[in-house]
Design a protein around this ligand. Structure first.
Ligand SMILES: [Zn+2]
Length: 304
């Protein structure tokens, strides 16, 4: 029997986690999988430290008394900052992240300070997230029936994506390896690369090729929501990365500033056209994200 997770809300839940960036809605989606057949519950990413109390309440409302695992796509604090708080409520829960990410979760101070530096005051956590106990991790080679872990560096050097197969569904959780996705108020889509500093452009290109081969039936994004138009999205997201590589290189060699590159991309990248029909707080949020992502893209192209 074909399953539609998003209609059967008890099996796959999008949890809208508030962020510290002044955007309370539709900035970050954590995903809860409740697989009754395999008797396993897990979260893909948890959101920020400041969103953790909301997430815990939301899990209780979903009748989660046991959480088997938290799968982290990467340790950036908007994805992983709430993990330590969650473990205080669910001490049995085990965490997966790429081995390179673990030290940042055990001792988050440096990552926290660097995040404040990149994001600027008022846009990152004011308090340091709770450190994770060293024994809270799953083994690097752990296996879970139905789950494939894909190394997809680019957005971060330690970034992973997850493919979860259940029934006829192939659910891809790409983290930020396939960019950010939104539906606008007019039903258009808005897509942008997730390329804040430090961004690894060529690795991101290879990771997108890898994701295109996963042939998913559903893609669940952290930023934000989901799509069933999977091959259209993956091809276009990849095409956008290649378009940016060409356009940004041309604009840089013509001596254009990052602000001018921002304006040119908004005019010339068709996947950004939906920017103008985003709701105002989301549009402001995405304007800030685009500025940061252009900075990372430029740095990556210049090898800086
Ligand atoms: Zn990130």
């Amino acid at each position: 029997m074909e399953r539609d997770f998003l209609e059967k809300e008890d099996e796959l839940l999008l949890l809208d986690i508030p962020t510290v960036c002044g955007v309370a809605k539709q900035a970050f989606s954590a995903w809860l999988v409740k697989d009754a057949e395999r008797r396993v519950n897990f979260l893909v990413d948890v959101g920020s430290f400041s969103g953790a109390s909301y997430l815990i309440k939301r899990l209780k409302r979903a009748n989660i008394v046991r959480l088997d695992a938290i799968l982290l796509t990467h340790v950036h604090l908007d994805h992983a900052g709430g993990t330590g708080s969650l473990l205080q409520t669910f001490p049995e829960t085990k965490v997966f992240c790429h081995p390179k990410g673990k030290p940042h979760l055990i001792a988050p101070k440096r990552l926290w300070q660097e995040t404040l530096g990149v994001m600027g005051p008022g846009t990152a956590e004011e308090e340091m997230p709770i450190p994770l106990p060293e024994d809270s991790f799953l083994l690097d080679d752990f296996s879970l029936s139905g789950l494939t872990i894909l190394e997809t560096p680019g957005h971060a050097s330690h970034h992973c994506s997850f493919l979860y197969e259940i029934g006829r569904e192939r659910i891809l959780f790409p983290g930020e390896a396939a960019g950010a996705f939104r539906r606008t108020t007019t039903g258009e889509i808005f897509v942008r690369p997730s390329s804040p500093p430090i961004f690894f452009l060529e690795k991101a290109n290879e990771s997108l090729k890898k994701l295109e081969k996963t042939n998913p039936t559903l893609i669940c994004f952290p930023h934000y929501g989901y799509t069933r138009d999977t091959s259209f999205f993956l091809e276009n997201s990849h095409g956008q990365l290649l378009l940016w590589r060409k356009l940004v290189a041309e604009l840089l060699s013509a001596g254009r500033s990052e602000r001018e590159i921002f304006e040119e991309l908004l005019k010339r990248d068709p996947l950004l056209h939906g920017f103008w029909s985003l709701k105002k707080p989301i549009q402001d949020h995405e304007a800030r994200n685009l500025t940061i992502c252009i900075k990372g893209f430029v740095k990556s192209l210049l090898g800086a």
